[in-house]
Design a protein around this ligand. Structure first.
Ligand code: ATP
Ligand code: MG
Length: 439
């Protein structure tokens, strides 16, 4: 993409409405624009990141054997009356009436709708287990939308739902999602720590929030330092094998959000020097809820002995749009965003320091074409701005590598590569630069 053609409305000033750094940087880098409180348009640069995150989430869900479908954003109120949540959900639910006076709503989550779908189609234990997911916009009329996409009213969520015959099956599905979540966040360059979360009236211990530590997080969290240093899983985990030991390795150490925190246990189980009290961002939540919805909505299957029993269910959410902000909170410096390579909107920022100069244009255009040919996404700054402004802009949008083509370097046959994360710079011939960044 040539910068001269790209829609990248960056801002020089720090927008006064943004309180935290990720929100400021997303506005300054031209990633989003607010349309109304907690509702954003995703501009091309932000949209690229959102799609990359979404794709990692999708690939890991698929690898776990979850099947993607797509449910609508607008749902009928009736199924929520059946589950009993229509009144409980209160003002967070955006309620709509259609032209025939039917009560509709913009879905804040999808337990009811997926149960309704499955109930008509899964009749026997032979059809189980099933793990279904979608990646769809949700609406929750949050009391205090803030921090940009971190607590929006409209936000993109991946939500999966598991259907099993018995508790053992449901636990297997839960463990699969637990491990899949660890892998998903690790692929985005994040360390998310599973923390014990409230199970409500269901009881048991099958509810975990996945938390990224960050000073601007909305949750107060307490955990054992060992978890922060704990290795995220190797690629070789067999998702069909017994995952209980892996899950236990994470859950036996102390980690809880303030709702579930027990100071006495914390002090008894964790030595002083390993006690971490910090702020965190919730980027996912997995939850076993048994037969809560299947009973209420009559989602029954025939068991091996012919009895009609309610489906065992769980739901598993990832805040896809929140992750964009969370990654920036975890990865930025005083000059701007520092994208982990896997979610970066482009792989390389190519800067032509002297557009209009025949040698610079030829060298830069050559590199641009070669990078593209080797499958790299390149943002090519072919504009005639000042060098300082170009550098500042590239640092702000945070692409992993910058390749700088200038008249002085070219005279000695080199271009400069800068690693955005480390700040390290080195000079290489254009051919070596190409080999270095594509090899
Ligand atoms: P929170 O405690 O932050 O309100 P929640 O418990 O309501 O979260 P879930 O219903 O479990 O969240 O939704 C799954 C995921 O969706 C959350 O882990 C979070 O990452 C994301 N999410 C929830 N609410 C929002 C929001 N208002 N804006 C952006 N992402 C959200
Ligand atoms: Mg909430």
């Amino acid at each position: 993409m040539r910068l001269s053609q790209f829609f990248l409305p960056t801002l020089k000033e720090v927008p006064s409405e943004a309180q935290i750094v990720s929100h400021q940087l997303m506005l300054r880098a031209g990633m989003i624009r607010q349309s109304s409180a907690g509702i954003y348009s995703w501009l091309p640069l932000g949209h690229r990141v959102l799609r990359k995150i979404e794709q990692i989430v999708r690939e890991e869900q698929d690898a776990a054997g979850a099947q993607e479908l797509l449910m609508p954003t607008i749902q009928p109120a009736d199924i929520w009356r059946e589950s009993g949540r229509y009144d409980d959900y209160g003002k967070e639910m955006l309620r709509i009436t259609d032209r025939h006076d039917r009560d509709m709503l913009y879905g804040p989550t999808n337990e009811e709708l997926i149960t309704e779908i499955v109930k008509g189609s899964i009749k026997s234990y032979r059809d189980l287990p099933k793990l279904l997911y979608h990646i769809q916009w949700k609406f929750r009329d949050e009391v205090r939308p803030r921090f940009g996409v971190m607590r929006g009213r409209e936000f993109l969520m991946k939500d999966s739902y598991s259907f099993d015959l018995d508790f053992q099956g449901a636990r297997r599905a839960y463990n699969k999602m637990f491990v899949t979540y660890l892998r998903t966040y690790a692929r985005m360059g994040l360390k998310a720590i599973p923390m014990k979360a409230d199970t409500g009236p269901i009881g048991g211990d099958l509810s975990h929030e996945f938390i990224i530590l960050a000073d601007t997080g909305e949750s107060q969290v307490f955990c054992d330092r060992d978890l922060i240093e704990h290795d995220v899983l190797a690629d070789t985990v067999d998702l069909e094998g017994d995952l209980q030991p892996t899950v236990d390795a994470w859950t036996t150490r102390y980690a809880a959000t303030d709702e579930m925190h027990d100071q006495t246990r914390f002090e008894a189980e964790v030595p002083t020097e390993r006690r971490v009290t910090a702020r965190g961002i919730e980027v996912g939540h997995i939850f076993y809820f048994g037969t809560k919805y299947s009973r209420a909505m009559g989602a029954m299957v025939a068991s091996q002995d012919g009895a009609q029993i309610p489906l065992e269910m769980g739901s598993y959410g990832i805040g896809v749009s929140r992750l964009v902000g969370a990654i920036i909170e975890a990865s930025h410096d005083e000059n701007g965003i520092v994208w982990p390579a896997q979610v970066a909107p482009f792989d390389i920022g190519l800067i032509n320091l002297k557009s209009g100069d025949a040698d610079c244009d030829r060298a830069a255009a050559g590199l641009y074409a070669s990078f593209k040919l080797s499958g790299k996404d390149v943002l090519y700054d072919d504009t005639d701005g000042r060098a300082g402004a170009k550098f500042a802009n590239m640092d702000l949008i945070g692409l992993p590598f910058q390749v700088v083509v200038g008249p002085r370097g070219l005279k000695s046959g080199v271009v400069e590569i800068k690693n955005r994360a480390t700040g390290q710079r080195y000079e290489l011939s254009p051919d070596s630069a190409l080999a270095h960044l594509t090899g």
